[in-house]
Design a protein around this ligand. Structure first.
Ligand code: BGC
Length: 744
């Protein structure tokens, strides 16, 4: 096949992607709304062509040529399998994608372009920290920029659509996919979800450096029993609305073009067949008009769930529930046309789905410019600007959890440093899960970066794997840095764990080193929170980085030597033991609140407190909070209260603080959490500098799913706290004078 320059499709004209000129001439075309164009095209389609648009296949191969020609395929995942997150993937070759596109637009009857999709999750060639690590920056700006970089690189090679962001709330670190989301809190995750959508799509997803985003996995996928991936979820409508839906709502408000339905069931109804979620809430309540795609093979898996008799039945349930595109199960391809002919599925249902799919293609500008310029990617992949952005994000996500006696940053007290541990020489392992196009040679190991960053006069010895060798080098040193944690294959899809300690052997290594009595610094690289309780008591300094991506090496070295001041904050609660799970800060008070005495909510042998609370992170400087002020003691139903506090850098280094605002609704028609994050701001303060940080609270911030099944705030008293994490800070009170109904 060769890339031609003319088309016989009435729907596609080869022009620059921005050029809206087409079959009807510029002026007519520009005034036609997308919906009109969609309807015109729909009217010309056969039932089989419609089903084709609703069919997504994996990597396009020879067997697909005739299918593309006959309009039997609407989109392709440019990845080889559902296990893509854990495999090296071949390069995306622009020319090959253009050839397939040419086949679709020039050789199929209607010339409808293909949608090329790929999981571009935390970077394309330039790898950013895993989303959990990006959440640790508490910086929506950095998240937006990271997504924009990923979009620019991926769009440059011909990808149109990414299956990101994952905005599932995760409160169970056993679940491997906690790595892929923004943590445990709806407000933090919502801010990041919206930022990622803005970053991927920009103002116009049709721009040559943007992608269509896909918020996934709708919804409550992170609440599976036992933290086992794909497992049963049984959350109440209230928990669904209060905890699991807000981040999707935020993505929809930010204009996300597509959503992916999740694999699991909720209360007996698999999401793939769940019309309450996919049609009731998403389309009717929220007015979402983009497309919904199933997860990989999830339509066929309705049979395994035990709600569909066979593949035909599975296709029927999924399409009626509101799944527009069948990702790779083939059930729509094999059965949907016949289901319509036999009146088991209304023709209008299929038409509605196809409208949403075509609308997406029009919004992506694919009818105007289906092809990708194959020169673009050469100058942008892993360019200096992108690498610098990845490094800044990696640095901002590093969390300093412990620093007894100011051991860090490393300085004059240390002239002989040993660096060792299973991840000290790691390169590709720093990427984290879902990095299909990352290249190992782009990455510098932490040990190498430490060696390069060390000040003159400090000898750095990097020691390999054997414990005896590490100990003998450590004995001759002043300090030891041990890099421990998880290989990326220990987190991500289908990689749940039932223990939250360090992987086998590493805990022993830490204890052996700690017993030598040399000052020990742990650098933990992981895809999830780990319950490092012993380490948090016995190791004086702990620097944590959720898989930091390709620039993790320099970022960690910069943090160790104080070239940057750690400013990441935990986006998840760190538990003390696996037995505490689930453990999250916005718990309910219960009738017998936790306390270490009998007949209270606690463990007889262990603590009910977390190891480190949500929002926690230290700095090489210190921040003090003072002068809490509320602009009013009462908030009227249409009013607001400004809550402000002064934050001062009382140390001797410049540093970033993440100022957090929490609220507690003291009495409700239903029980309310003991604290809820409502807002946050990351600020930089020079030594001695103080700043008044002000937040505005309105009734909509106090809304929840009330007893009567409506969304809104209730009159009554609230406490409000400004502080550095979920458990500390300055507290005040205000009253809301009237109940207020809100749009969810
Ligand atoms: C995952 C999705 C992913 C899809 C396509 C599935 O197994 O759950 O998150 O987007 O595969 O690769």
């Amino acid at each position: 096949m060769s890339l031609g320059t003319e088309t016989r499709s009435p729907w596609v004209r080869l022009s620059r992607r921005r050029d809206r000129a087409g079959e009807y001439g510029v002026s007519t075309m520009q005034t036609r709304s997308i919906n009109l164009r969609v309807d015109e095209l729909l009217a010309r389609m056969t039932l089989e062509e419609k089903v084709g648009q609703m069919t997504q296949v994996g990597v396009l191969q020879d067997e697909h040529v005739e299918m593309v020609r006959s309009g039997a395929i609407g989109s392709s995942i440019v990845a080889s399998s559902a296990w893509a997150g854990h495999e090296d993937q071949p390069d995306v070759v622009v020319d090959r994608l253009n050839e397939w596109q040419r086949l679709a637009v020039q050789e199929s009857r209607l010339g409808i372009p293909l949608l090329m999709a790929r999981d571009v999750i935390h970077g394309f060639r330039t790898i950013f920290p895993i989303p959990l690590g990006q959440a640790a920056t508490w910086s929506p700006e950095l998240v937006e920029r990271g997504a924009a970089v990923a979009a620019r690189e991926a769009a440059g090679v011909g990808i149109h659509w990414t299956f990101a962001p994952m905005v599932d709330i995760a409160r169970d670190p056993r679940w491997g996919r906690i790595a892929e989301g923004y943590g445990e809190d709806p407000v933090l995750a919502s801010a990041m979800a919206a930022a990622a959508v803005r970053g991927f799509q920009g103002g116009d997803p049709a721009a040559p450096d943007r992608l269509m985003a896909c918020a996934k996995h709708f919804a409550a996928y992170g609440a599976s029993e036992g933290g086992r991936d794909y497992d049963t979820v049984d959350v109440s409508e209230r928990t669904l609305r209060d905890v699991h839906l807000p981040s999707f709502r935020a993505a929809v408000r930010a204009g996300v073009g597509t959503l992916m339905s999740a694999f699991h069931e909720i209360g007996g109804v698999p999401v793939t067949a769940n019309s309450h979620l996919l049609t009731g809430i998403l389309r009717r309540e929220w007015g979402f008009d983009g497309l919904v795609i199933s997860d990989w093979n999830a339509v066929a898996e309705l049979i395994d769930h035990g709600v569909a008799r066979d593949r035909r039945d599975a296709a029927r349930l999924a399409v009626l529930a509101g799944v527009d595109v069948d990702m790779c199960s083939g059930c729509y391809r094999d059965h949907l046309a016949e289901l319509v002919r036999s009146n088991d599925v209304p023709a209008a249902t299929v038409d509605d789905s196809v409208r949403r799919i075509l609308r997406t293609k029009f919004r992506l500008g694919l009818f105007e410019q289906p092809f990708t310029d194959n020169h673009r990617s050469r100058t942008i992949l892993h360019c200096a600007e992108h690498v610098a952005a990845a490094r800044e994000t990696a640095a901002a996500g590093i969390v300093l959890l412990r620093n007894e006696g100011g051991l860090l940053p490393l300085g004059k007290r240390c002239s002989r440093l040993v660096i060792a541990g299973p991840l000290a020489q790691a390169r590709r392992e720093l990427f984290g899960t879902w990095t299909l196009n990352g290249v190992e040679s782009d990455v510098a190991a932490i040990a190498d970066c430490v060696r390069q960053t060390a000040p003159r006069g400090m000898t750095v010895t990097a020691v390999g794997g054997l414990v005896d060798e590490i100990c003998s080098a450590a004995r001759k040193s002043d300090m030891v840095v041990l890099v421990v944690g998880e290989h990326p294959n220990r987190s991500g899809e289908a990689h749940s764990v039932d223990q939250l300690g360090l992987p086998p052997g590493q805990g022993e290594l830490v204890r052996t080193l700690a017993a030598l009595g040399k000052p020990l610094i742990l650098v933990v690289v992981s895809g999830r929170p780990l319950a490092l309780t012993w380490e948090a008591e016995h190791v004086p300094a702990i620097l944590w980085t959720f898989h930091p991506g390709g620039e993790g090496g320099p970022a960690v070295a910069d943090a160790l030597f104080g070239r940057i001041n750690p400013s990441g904050r935990l986006p998840v609660t760190m538990p003390r033991s696996v037995g505490q799970i689930p453990l999250y800060y916005s718990r309910k008070n219960t009738g017998r609140p936790p306390a270490t005495c009998r007949f209270r909510s606690h463990y007889i042998e262990g603590s009910y407190r977390p190891l480190f609370p949500f929002g926690f992170g230290l700095s090489y400087t210190r921040f003090e909070y003072s002068d809490l002020e509320l602009s009013a003691a009462t908030m009227s139903a249409d009013g607001q209260v400004c809550v402000a506090a002064r934050v001062t850098n009382v140390g001797d280094r410049s540093g970033d603080e993440v100022v957090q605002l929490y609220v507690r609704d003291l009495v409700g028609s239903v029980t309310r959490p003991v604290a809820e994050l409502k807002s946050f701001r990351r600020i930089r303060l020079e030594p001695g500098e103080g700043r008044r940080v002000e937040f505005v609270l309105r009734p909509e911030h106090l809304a929840f799913w009330r007893l009567d099944g409506s969304w809104g705030a209730e009159a009554g008293e609230f406490t409000v706290r400004i502080g550095p994490n979920a458990v500390e800070g300055l507290e005040g009170r205000f009253t809301l004078d009237n109940a207020v109904a809100q749009a969810e």
